[in-house]
Design a protein around this ligand. Structure first.
Ligand code: SAH
Ligand code: SF4
Length: 427
């Protein structure tokens, strides 16, 4: 394999423009989360082959694209991450490969996921924690979600707000959503997540209007998580101010995907993620740990998919049974397997956001802390206003993560609270 080069641009618009120009001139490009040694965790850069390097530079200059730099891409090493850790030689050899900047094979990833030896698990979590520290530092990013509608046209077998479940349904108005956004802004939080079931009542016009209003009145970053839409709609949302999009693949095992999603098309779901990447979103995906019949090999394939798809935000949560669903009686996913998946994802995908998920905090009171110590670096508050939030039970007994719980987890994990949080407004 020849050398690879990465092009870093001054803004997302310059980057997308550069990508278009290069592709129009028949240069093969790949959009990747900017490796940590070259830039910030949110940004995307363009990867090209060595033979295109000089021509690409010239083309971008001619077209007045603001390029910050073109660098030879070398996999970063993480020297010292295995220091003092003890586990079997075979297990340590895998961690040492990460330390030296080598990619792990599927077999090695499976080996990491399969361990049930407490010493090996601890070594894995520690190595992931050190890679996290080297890449994103100690500050835990805090974001907040407003679940603005629990209507859904889909019938995912695991989900408590699936179409056929008899629950009280609600839709928030634009004004109600704005009220919630302002509460989040008061806390100093910079990113709001707008999530809902797949609810076509919110037409593109309605979503665009909400996005524009949030941007105009607060300037906050916006993550959308409203399921599958057309490429044109994703484009409109992006233009109206959406920065990030969260659309989890849930599992890349096609058979399992079909089994748990009676009315979802596996290829369509994957295609949506490709569109989101092409449109310049900070692209979010993730999986559910503990779906019926899921194996460690399946989870390894999920992680390899996140890496290959250049996903920036990866939500890894355990399956939790929800009342009234076909999976009501199934056991929840395992806390250990979820933590192992978090750790391995950090080791494989590196410069990405990994939340300590609400689902994990629901299953285990120390779930946030454990995930933060195994590679995670983000916590998401549930800021859906009372009166609505009780009915957004995608799984039963959902933990209502508020700012107090989040700050307590950050402190217990001995990590840093972001400077943007307004501690004086938090009683
Ligand atoms: N309708 C959108 C967003 C809302 S659901 C979508 O499906 O993309 C958000 C996430 O909740 C899903 O991606 C799924 O991973 C998670 N989820 C739903 N039910 C769950 C359950 N019972 N256990 C664990 N995670 C669940
Ligand atoms: Fe609807 Fe999302 Fe739940 Fe599936 S997971 S039923 S799409 S809300």
């Amino acid at each position: 394999m020849g050398k690879k080069f990465i092009i870093i641009c001054a803004s997302t618009n310059h980057m997308l423009n550069a990508d278009r120009i290069l592709r129009e001139n028949h240069i093969n490009t790949e959009l990747i989360p900017t490796p940590s040694q070259y830039g910030s965790i949110c940004s995307t850069s363009i990867m090209i082959d060595e033979e295109s390097r000089d021509r690409a530079e010239l083309l971008l200059k001619e077209n007045l694209v603001n390029v910050t730099g073109i660098y030879e891409y070398v996999e970063r090493r993480f020297l010292g991450i295995t220091k003092g850790l003890s586990a079997s030689k075979e297990f340590m050899d895998i961690l040492k490969k990460v330390e030296q900047g080598f990619e792990l094979t599927r077999e090695e990833i499976v080996k990491l996921l399969k361990t049930e030896n407490p010493k090996e698990m601890e070594a894995l979590y520690n190595a992931a924690d050190r890679v996290r520290k080297a890449i994103v530092g100690d500050v835990v990013e805090i974001r907040a979600a407003i679940e603005f509608s629990n209507y859904c046209t889909k019938n995912c077998n695991y989900c408590g707000i699936r179409r056929d479940n008899r629950i009280i349904r609600y839709r928030m108005t634009e004004d109600q959503i704005m009220e919630g956004v302002r509460e989040i802004q008061k806390l100093g939080i910079k990113t709001v997540i707008l999530q809902s079931g797949e609810d076509p009542w919110y037409t593109p016009d309605k979503i665009v209007s909400i996005l524009k209003r949030i941007k105009k009145e607060t300037g906050m970053r916006i993550t959308l998580s409203i399921g599958e839409r057309t490429k044109e709609e994703y484009r409109l949302f992006r233009e109206a101010g959406a920065n990030n999009y969260l659309l989890k693949i849930e599992t890349v095992n096609e058979e399992l995907f079909k089994k748990v999603h009676p009315d979802d098309d596996y290829h369509k779901r994957k295609e949506c993620s490709v569109w989101l990447r092409e449109l310049g979103y900070v692209n979010g995906s993730g999986n559910i740990i503990g779906l019926p019949g899921q194996t460690p090999e399946d989870i390894a394939d999920d992680i390899i998919y996140f890496k290959d798809m250049k996903i920036h935000m990866i939500g890894i949560g355990p399956f939790l049974p929800a009342k009234g669903t076909p999976y009501e009686k199934l056991p929840p996913g395992s806390v250990d397997m979820t933590l192992k998946a978090v750790a391995v994802t950090r080791l494989v995908c590196k410069n990405v956001f990994i939340p300590a998920t609400t689902a994990l905090a629901t299953l285990d009171p120390d779930g946030h802390v454990k995930a933060l110590k195994a590679g995670a670096n983000t916590i998401m508050l549930i800021s859906t206003p009372p009166g609505f939030r009780e009915n957004y039970q995608i799984y039963s007994n959902k933990n209502m993560v508020d700012i107090h719980k989040a700050l307590s987890a950050v402190r217990r994990a001995e990590r840093k609270i972001p400077k943007y949080i307004n501690l004086d407004v938090i009683a």
